[in-house]
Design a protein around this ligand. Structure first.
Ligand code: UDP
Length: 242
């Protein structure tokens, strides 16, 4: 075990949308392979890794009503989309020789193990990467909230939110070139300033459970490794003074 690790058990949240790469739908194998390489680097150090991946590249429940599909059905479709992404990520990780388990919040025994908290922790202790699929299993939630819930349940040291920007900014850096990035920020300020780090349910759940959120750019090689070893990358959200 490497003693320079700042975090020993993490929950990595990846968006489904990021899996599209240059495409406008579905899964780009190049991105999958890249994610697997980045995850392997921290797995090799002995970090225990849980992963939640979204489903936005395939289906998002919020779009359901505009397509004449009711919200609950749409959300169920979204949750199933996360299973497709989870299977793809599991396969990419196993191609790199990493042992993994996919646990699902919606039972489908032929495809994945049902989510059982104690079993998830046991898998992590044995060095398996655990992917948590199907969100919380309930409509009206997001995969950010599912990631927070699982992070709290498995007693992760922090939730790592991999994005395509460098951290949390005071305005959208993809629209405003003068946007400033925070090195650290309190949960309260994220909520007050309505900064779109994660949805409100997820952020307030992190606050309640004192779970740090690290927002960082997953598209920069080695960034995940740098955050885990305590280098100053991204934005930390925590109980900092406002
Ligand atoms: N979803 C849900 N309950 C959950 C998690 C997800 O109903 O606990 C549905 C919801 O419809 C959401 C979709 O799954 O839009 C895909 O997840 P999300 O949009 O969070 O994915 P991402 O933005 O990370 O790609």
């Amino acid at each position: 075990m490497n003693h320079n690790l700042k975090y020993k058990r993490i929950l990595l949240k990846l968006s489904g949308e990021s899996l599209m790469g240059d495409q406008n739908f579905g899964i780009d194998p190049k991105v999958l392979n890249y994610f697997a390489d980045e995850i392997k680097k921290v797995h090799d150090l002995g970090v225990q890794i849980g992963i939640v991946i979204g489903g936005g590249n395939i289906y998002r429940g919020l779009n359901a009503s505009s397509q004449g599909i009711d919200r609950v059905t749409g959300d169920q479709m979204g949750m199933l989309a996360t299973i497709i992404n989870s299977l793809a990520l599991q396969n990419a990780l196993e191609n790199k020789g990493i042992y993994t388990r996919l646990m699902t919040a919606i039972k489908m025994e032929e495809v994945a193990e049902p989510y059982i908290r104690r079993r998830a922790i046991r898998h992590l202790e044995k060095g398996r990467v655990v992917i948590f699929g199907a969100g919380t299993g309930h409509p009206y939630f997001s995969t950010d909230t599912a990631a927070t819930l699982r992070a709290v349940e498995i007693e992760a040291d922090a939730i790592f939110k991999g994005t395509r920007v460098n951290g949390v900014y005071d305005s959208d850096p993809e629209k405003n070139p003068n946007a400033n990035m925070f090195e650290q920020i309190s949960y309260l300020d994220v909520l007050k300033l309505n900064l779109r780090v994660m949805d409100l349910t997820a952020v307030s759940m992190c606050q309640e459970n004192n779970l740090p959120i690290i927002v960082f750019n997953m598209d920069v090689p080695d960034n995940l490794l740098k955050v885990v070893t305590g280098e100053n990358v991204g934005t930390a959200v925590g109980n900092f003074p406002s």
